[in-house]
Design a protein. Structure first.
Length: 332
């Protein structure tokens, strides 16, 4: 099958290669001429045979909206557009209406697999009409992992359903990642545990917490022991927020996602204004000593080298100095 692919970044580039290996003709366009097969969108249209299928793989939001609008002006009735980025599902309806007025089909497709998709395949969640999804099945089958189709692909519903499913998928991902991260921090904090990396590696087979994310965690610890030098700053690309907004709208309790998302927000604050106030209030009502910047002890033992790792810690356990527990993060 022939496909136009717009956006040849980390995922789009590998998707083009996977499709070509499966025997499909893929003509890619990217603003970077070093990876692009054509000079612009008009040239992409000319290189494709009608009825055309064009897959958009650009950043969510305005870049995607602008690309879809341009395609609406260029393409012809009978063509179909796939948005494979991490778009907000409510944007899909507007895109579909715009293209439908011109006789152009629209499918939204959530794509999971990251940089590993070239070798392992991509998990695909699609939304759109049955006819449009059926038409694109050869492409979906080439991109998804080997094995039964329903273990790597789903037609989740009408337009918007694919991105909604991917949104929830990413919300779950936030929670899983944070659970592993909390476990890692606790193991690092305890001198009794001398092989943190080995603990996680031992969990990768046979245990109920095994997963691909756990495999990647083990890989990260192998590449950067104890995560030395890695900054805590953690961005979010939007899906976690959107999932939590949907949870509120539908009265679905999602405390795990909420905690994981807010922890990401916290990672971007060099100093937490809220926790500064908590510390000040503890000093007011309880007479607790309030630690000043650059004076407080580090009460997180995971941040210090284990004694068995060389160098040792300042102490082997929790401090008994009440002043050392009066700073940010302490409890009453």
């Amino acid at each position: 099958m022939q496909l136009g692919l717009i956006g040849l970044g980390k995922m789009g580039f590998n998707m083009r290669e996977r499709l070509r290996r499966a025997g499909h003709e893929v003509i890619g366009y990217d603003r970077n001429p070093q990876v692009s097969d054509v000079a612009d969108l008009a040239a992409l249209k000319s290189a494709l045979t009608a009825p055309r299928a064009v897959w958009v793989m650009v950043p969510a939001g305005e870049p995607t909206r602008q690309t879809v609008q341009e395609l609406g002006e260029l393409l012809e009735p009978g063509d179909v557009v796939v948005d494979g980025g991490n778009s907000y599902y409510k944007d899909d309806e507007a895109n579909a209406v715009l293209l439908d007025a011109k006789g152009i089909g629209y499918v939204d497709c959530g794509v999971s697999g990251g940089i590993w998709g070239l070798a392992n395949g991509y998990g695909l969640m699609c939304g759109g009409s049955a006819a449009n999804v059926e038409r694109l099945l050869p492409i979906f089958d080439a991109l998804r992992p080997d094995g039964p189709r329903d273990e790597g692909f789903v037609h989740a519903g009408e337009v918007g359903a694919g991105h909604y499913a991917k949104m929830v998928h990413n919300g779950i991902e936030y929670g899983l990642m944070h659970a592993y991260a909390e476990g890692w921090e606790l193991l690092e904090a305890k001198d009794l545990i001398t092989d943190v990396h080995g603990c996680f590696k031992a969990w990768t087979r046979g245990t109920v917490v095994r997963s691909w994310l756990l495999d990647l965690l083990v890989k990260a610890l192998e590449e950067t022991p104890h995560l030395a030098g890695i900054d805590e700053f953690t961005p979010d690309s939007g899906e976690g927020r959107w999932t939590l907004m949907e949870a509120i709208d539908n009265a679905v309790p999602m405390p795990v996602l909420a905690a994981a998302l807010f922890a990401r927000f916290g990672s971007r604050q060099e100093d937490s204004p809220a926790m500064q106030m908590v510390s000040a209030l503890r000093g007011q009502f309880g007479g607790h000593e309030v630690a000043k910047k650059n004076e407080k002890e580090d009460v997180n033992h995971a941040a210090r080298p284990k004694a068995s790792h060389g160098g040792g810690r300042a102490d082997a356990g929790p401090t008994s100095d009440p002043a050392a527990t009066s700073g940010p993060g302490a409890t009453n």
